[in-house]
Design a binder for this molecule. Structure first.
Ligand SMILES: [Zn+2]
Length: 290
């Protein structure tokens, strides 16, 4: 009997290229139902002894057996397992594991975004939840979070925390009038018209590829193997699109909210509700240092 642990920790029974999840167990038997019962409305099931060592009886599936589905689950499991040992970028880990798999398995393993979410969930582990409100941030900050902290005014209602990235370190603040009118800024119109945040459509790819390579001056051979890995991921995505299941990258909630704020501010500036100074003051409150 072969089992794969699902990303949420429950065992999945693999038998004859079908996968099953536990439905109920009695003292002597366990009933397992087809893990694709929801997506395919399949009534397939098996009954094993308890603990599961052999199949006692089975009910037929309404679909063909699918090796790539099982393969996909296994790859996902492998990725999950390697997350703890490997501190690399999620995109890098995924591409590494997927590269050697046939395209069908790559598609069945799920979209990169879904797998990344699993990796993040795994890594977040026991870390405390993100505070929802300013006064929920513990004071003083726990030791493990202060290594890049340069300033903390420790105020209950007006908490200001400043941290730096260790590599660059520098922080510069200044207050002057903008040299060019905000209306001429290159993202002003884009923000007002809900267009993309960047005018470089390749930026997402660039970013992903940079993370995949993982360092700044890779050798030619590293780059070539990364191109191959990237091509493998794209190939799976093309197949997904052909099957009418394109993966959609969800925008982060924070980004959506941020973009909405910027749009409101740009509108207020352009219809005269805000002066340039008020506008810049407001924009300044949304600068993220990271
Ligand atoms: Zn089934």
């Amino acid at each position: 009997m072969e089992f794969i642990t699902s990303s949420r920790g429950a065992p999945k029974l693999c038998f004859d290229s079908f996968t099953y999840t536990k439905k109920k167990s009695s003292k002597t038997t366990i009933t397992w139902e087809c893990s694709q019962r929801r997506t395919l409305e399949c009534k397939g099931a098996v009954i094993t002894d308890s603990p599961a060592t052999e199949i006692r009886s089975s009910r037929e599936h309404n679909h063909e057996k699918d090796d790539s589905h099982v393969g996909g689950l296994k790859v996902r499991k492998e990725i999950q397992l390697s997350v703890q040992a490997n501190r690399g970028w999620p995109g890098q880990i995924i591409a590494d594991k997927m590269f050697s798999q046939p395209v069908e398995v790559r598609v069945a393993a799920g979209t990169t975004e879904t797998i990344k979410r699993g990796i993040r969930r795994k890594r977040a582990g026991d870390a405390p939840n993100n505070p929802e409100k300013l006064d929920a941030i513990p004071s003083p900050l726990p030791e493990s979070y202060t290594h890049q902290l340069v300033y903390d005014n420790d105020s209950g209602s007006d908490r200001v925390l400043v941290s730096v990235r260790s590599q660059t370190g520098g922080l510069i603040f200044r207050r002057t009038q903008p040299r060019f009118e905000p209306a001429t800024w290159n993202v002003n119109t884009a923000t007002l018209n809900d267009e993309a945040r960047t005018n470089n459509v390749c930026e997402a790819w660039n970013n992903g590829f940079r993370c995949l390579v993982g360092h700044v001056n890779p050798s030619l051979w590293t780059v070539i193997s990364c191109f191959e890995k990237d091509a493998a991921m794209v190939e799976a995505e093309i197949l997904r699109v052909q099957r009418g299941q394109p993966s959609k990258k969800p925008a982060r909630k924070g980004t959506v909210r941020y973009q909405k704020t910027l749009k409101t501010l740009c509108q207020q500036l352009s219809n005269g509700q805000k002066t340039v100074e008020e506008f810049l003051q407001a924009i300044g409150g949304h600068i993220r240092l990271r």
